[in-house]
Design a protein around this ligand. Sequence first.
Ligand SMILES: [Zn+2]
Length: 387
Amino acid sequence: MNSEEILARLVAFDTTSTRSNLELIDFVRNLLDEQHIASQLVLSEDQTRANLFATIGHDDVGGVMLSGHTDVVPTTGQDWHSDPYQLKLDDDTLFGRGTCDMKGFIACVLAGLPQMAAQKLETPIHLALSYDEEIGCVGARKLAATMAGFDVRPKIGIIGEPTSMKMVLGHKGKISFRVSFSGLSCHSAYISSGVNAVEYAAELIAYIRKMNQRLQQQALDHSYTVPHTTFHVGNISGGTALNIVPEHCEFEFEIRNLPQDDLDAMVHDIKHYANDVLLAEMRSRHPQSQIRFDEISHYPGLHTNPESGVIAYTRAINPVDGIGDNVSFGTEAGLFDNIGINSLVCGPGSIDQAHKPDEFVTRVQLHYCDQMIENLVHRCRETAEFG
Ligand SMILES: [Zn+2]
């Protein structure tokens, strides 16, 4: 099967995040079996979704990892002109959910398997597929944690998110939390006997907002559209009636950090203010008061070292030249980079079409990616690298 035929098969699996991706993984495993390539799965807790990792070639040295997520965003409420789960070709353009984000890349990689397996590779190629990327790199975190324990890890990684085949070397990280406040309720005529959870939550929100304002004035990196780390509160709920001092309040916030900013220190700062200032005050009036932080999602930023081998390597095999701007969307590249796999982002299709109705990838873009995989296989056959 060529990449277009495989893409049609991949698109037909509805792998919307949090749904099972096991049918797609089975399909991939069959392709691997045909080439006698062993693979291992890292399952989600409820065993309905799986990451897949496979190595083609030696398993005693690290090689080049090709990585992508198998999940897609929902089509709910979107106005599509064709069935999103049926690949449609129109004037050299391929429409369907996931065509650019990012089943197109995976299709090109899978189409290259017979070539990879046909002859001995001097440098191994690794395949890493993940689940639930779109809801915060959930699967890849588990996969990266497992890979961190491998004796031999890939040396470099190409993460095929849609960049129109340009190399992207940086993106922001993100962490998000739900914060729940519990105070003490009472009649609003006697506010001093209660602890107002809504008001304390508002104090923390104001604090988070000030951190954002402070960063706007410093630590600017103009390679990003928004040149600083951002803090944002997205929703809040609390209280029941105006004449009752509210006992509960909760809100969600996120930090999207420049990879060079110290995210841990910022989170620590917010938690420190919540616990040592606000909670201390709440407890002085009602000892059972609580502020709880629940992490919703977390992935690190990417800041590919300009000296790292992955840039020169990708440039040598990629028919499309050039480095793309740093991007605002997150990817799994930062997670892999953190466990020592020098990574960058490079894949077919444009992010402009991702997550939208009538998502598409052009045949030209797929063709470039096919060529990159072909060049990669050729180089891995000829040269032993990274050993
Ligand atoms: Zn994606």
